[in-house]
Design a protein around this ligand. Structure first.
Ligand SMILES: [Zn+2]
Length: 66
């Protein structure tokens, strides 16, 4: 009878680690502040990352909701 080894199970989890979130400002390396806004009209969620130190908007990302 075959059983998944612990190694194989870890392999499956490791794929998640590749989704790396960029949480630092590209300019000063400081921590970014995130704002998430739901946009009902387009059924999406807008994610804004900004740096309070540099006062720049580092990233805007739209996620579709399904
Ligand atoms: Zn910065």
């Amino acid at each position: 009878m075959k059983k998944l080894t612990q190694e194989q199970q870890q392999d499956q989890h490791q794929h998640l680690d590749f989704i790396e979130l960029q949480n630092n400002c590209p300019l000063c390396g400081g921590q970014l502040e995130f704002k998430v806004q739901a946009q009902r009209e387009s059924f999406s969620v807008r994610e804004e990352a900004s740096c309070p130190t540099c006062d720049v908007l580092a990233r805007i990302k739209d996620h579709k909701m399904h």
